[in-house]
Design a protein around this ligand. Sequence first.
Ligand SMILES: [Ca+2]
Ligand SMILES: [Ca+2]
Length: 310
Amino acid sequence: MRSFKKMTAVVMAVATLATSMVPFSADALYYNENSKFTYDLAVESESDDMIKVTFYTTYNPGTAAISMALKYDEKNLECVKSDMDIFYHSETLNGMNTNARNGMAIAAAATISGEDYFEPISFSYYFKIKDDDKKRTYDFSACVYQYISNSENIRFGSNISNVPVVPDETTKTVEKDIYTRKIGDVIPDGSINMSDVTELLGIVSFLNACTGEFEYPIVETISLNNMLTMDRTYTLQSGTTGRYRDRLKNSLYANNVPFAEIADCDQNGKIEQADGQLLITYYAQVAAGQNPESLINTELSKVVYADITM
Ligand SMILES: [Ca+2]
Ligand SMILES: [Ca+2]
């Protein structure tokens, strides 16, 4: 009896990014060209009508305090919440808020110790789209207007009201689009075969060998997508380092959009050995002429507010 039915494809509107796969040149500080501090913006879809914009450092030479302003389109977007990475949050006195009238979101933080903080820093803002019917583009721009670095011996700025014009150091123009991949087609060629299995097992080994502190375990697709979005560096137990983007550029992307979810064959949010087992079982069943009931080989779509400026 052939009663196998394919599960329906899952359409997701989840966190994704919208950055170029090729590491882009990050912006340096407008107010002091001698500083090595660099940062960028990432734009992701939090849901179908919500955009998450993240300011993140691409190089932090050590900072005791920074304040950042993010300009947004207040006519079409409403800023509904904000957060910052938990490690930075725990080391600093900080505040984030928005002023709907001038379309400006502010994040300010200073280390409790007064000493420099050397880890990556990120702030995120969530914007609800007021009118979701129309296809629009949205512009975001950010600048660092206050900065104290002991290690660089650089300080500037004091108060946002003292900054006459906030320059547009970084601008992202984003547009909504839908990206689709097939679950389990890890090497994207439209078919499931042994190269997908070996690639997936390699990714599982790689993730299990990654060291360091993560906000969420690195095997979680949300965490891995974040690493790809922010172009983070990994360190393996062996001491080898590299960039997540370089390691995964041929597998976990749809165009330029990170798509770790397609390696999660059971869609439980994690990329694990069990997903490799499901994939090889599926491959063997199909090779034997069966039509297995599985999420594998079904399409997975993400609604993404993609960066169209790259
Ligand atoms: Ca394939
Ligand atoms: Ca899984």
